[in-house]
Ligand binder design. Sequence first.
Ligand code: F6R
Length: 370
Amino acid sequence: QKGGWDSFMDKEIHEDPTAVADTLLGRFNPNGDLNLDEVHIEPEVFRQIDKIIIVACGTASYAGFVAKYAIEHWVRIPVEVELAHEFRYRDPILTPRTLVVAISQSGETMDTLMALRHAREQGSRVLAICNTQGSSIPRESDAVLYTHAGPEIAVASTKAFVSQVVAAYLLGLYLAQVKGTMFRDEIHQVVESLKDMPRKIQWVLDTQTQTIARAAKSLITAKSFLFLGRHVGYPVALEGALKLKEIAYTFTEGFAAGELKHGPIALVEEGEPIVVIVPSSRGRDLLHNKVISSIEEVKARGAFVIAVAEEGDPDVDRYADVVFWRPTCPTLMSPLVDVVPLQLFALEMAKDKGLDVDKPRNLAKSVTVE
Ligand code: F6R
């Protein structure tokens, strides 16, 4: 069943490219336009949507957090991301024009289910992004967009994450199409970059694994890790930190790079490993330069920097101690590749510690209690 891999997690990380490709499959008309007829929500209803609230837990919430950046940029409506277990206790503002998007791999997460019930009671429509056909969350939603990642067995979510980002992007692009907030050509261009992502993820798997394994081995005794990112790199940092906590049992904190000077930099001491998600260096824009200055700040305090960066980034080469490279891609696509080395890093670290990577202690694959 593990198809020759040591663990399900190993196998599932290596299925990231297929999870992305399969989630894109069959969602376009021959003319290249998006076709989401399967969700059975009238385009007219989609046109009326003036706010999105994404509810989810854990990894699924980070996928939603990534999608927020893309959807707000493409559709120009506010997108909130809320942990499902916080949602209904704060009296959220829900109207018939609010679309609540519940993201869940298992479709059985009780917190997410309770959040969507609350949203429907308040008269909002709920669309589920789910990996499990016929599970409770899609059954109780008004509509569903399935991720086609295939069964995920390892407790730590990996291929489901990339497929959730893709499904949420498809939803965003579809909304942009029906609302006319992007030109048709622009949408087609984004779709082309999405279709290119499986190949780019494969490149990371094919070329970076050894560097990642070496880095994990050399850091096995580290007491804690910090992960930092900016823009879409921020939720990726949170996801990378979560992976390391849950399967390697290492104390890890993820935060926004800009937040460093507001507190977390006090944690940085000689040798502290810090994983930094570096945005594209093309044009060396503000985003890139800001993250590079964060690296300089932590380096100056003796941190050991592991960067996830675009191939050939000259600034990263100068400051980072270890680099996990990714191929060039547009900023909004980068989470799909950047998360992959972080999944592998957690996996290698847990393996080196002799832990059961598929069944980490205290955790269940689906959390069916509130
Ligand atoms: C992390 C992980 C959890 C789940 C969360 C939501 O690796 O697996 O954080 O992402 O419990 O689960 P689903 O997506 O099934 O609702």
